[in-house]
Design a protein around this ligand. Structure first.
Ligand code: MG
Length: 254
């Protein structure tokens, strides 16, 4: 069942979303060659706690950190550690926060230092695919109109979308119905309604869409070793239109 959030619940989710966005902003400012992903994790932990929220990923099914840090061919669920970021790295940071019982969830792929044009294109295409998905998140559209918008845009630019991991409803649980795939034909699934909140999260590979999980039990990597990017926002349908609860760049959706 897809839950419909009340005005009060949406307000709490806006606050959770703002904390997630603020965390990503802090991380963006800290990212530079030489920093470890563990340092980014502790920065996120402190920021989330300071703002009266709980890191939603910490201890989630035993996950050992407050953020996921996935570098280069790592797609999602990378564990922060002592690895130092270096020039040309792509680092995908996924953050979740729980505020007064409600969740926010977002991810950004950041460039470390200077990156080449092909890497920049992967970032730009993934971010734009998410932007297009957000614009489809309005009352009366079908759920799979979101999925289709992502796949169409990504494949038109020569990249592929990950099939094994999908977006999700979000609210008083981090993962609620429905699943939000990043592929598929339009016009399927339930119709969107005001009060629904979705975490939409395209994962885009430079090569094939196939992925596998490493022996640590968490880190998902591309099967062919190609680079991957991941952008995510928590998006509510409010008065029939999309409202991005986790946006940290005001110009992003104009
Ligand atoms: Mg998510």
């Amino acid at each position: 069942m897809i839950t419909i959030k009340s005005a009060r619940e949406l307000d709490l989710m806006r606050q959770a979303g703002r904390i997630v966005a603020g965390t990503l902003k802090e991380i963006e400012e800290a990212i530079k060659p030489g920093i470890t992903t563990l340092e980014l994790d502790s920065l996120a932990y402190r920021y989330i706690k300071k703002n009266g929220a709980e890191p939603a990923f910490l201890n989630y099914h035993g996950f050992p950190a407050s953020i996921c840090c996935s570098i280069n061919e790592e797609v999602v669920h990378g564990i922060p550690g002592l690895r130092r970021l270096k020039d040309q790295d792509l680092v995908s940071i996924d953050v979740g926060a729980k505020y007064k019982g409600y969740y926010g969830d977002a991810a950004v792929t950041f460039a470390v230092g200077e990156i080449d044009a092909e890497r920049q294109k992967l970032i730009d295409v993934t971010r734009e695919a998410l932007r297009r998905a957000v614009l489809m998140t309005r009352e009366g559209n079908f759920l799979s109109d979101i999925s289709h918008a992502v796949q169409q845009y990504v494949e038109a630019h020569g990249f592929s979308v990950v099939r094994d991991y999908v977006g999700h409803g979000i609210g008083s649980s981090m993962h609620e119905a429905p699943q939000v795939p990043n592929f598929g034909p339009p016009g399927r699934g339930p119709r969107l309604r005001s009060g629904m909140v979705l975490a939409i999260e395209p994962m885009v590979n430079m090569g094939g869409w196939e992925v596998k999980t490493l022996n640590d039990g968490w880190t998902v990597v591309t099967q062919d070793g190609s680079l991957s990017a991941h952008f995510e926002h928590t998006v509510a349908v409010v008065d029939k239109m999309p409202e991005v609860l986790t946006s940290f760049t005001p110009e992003e959706f104009q």
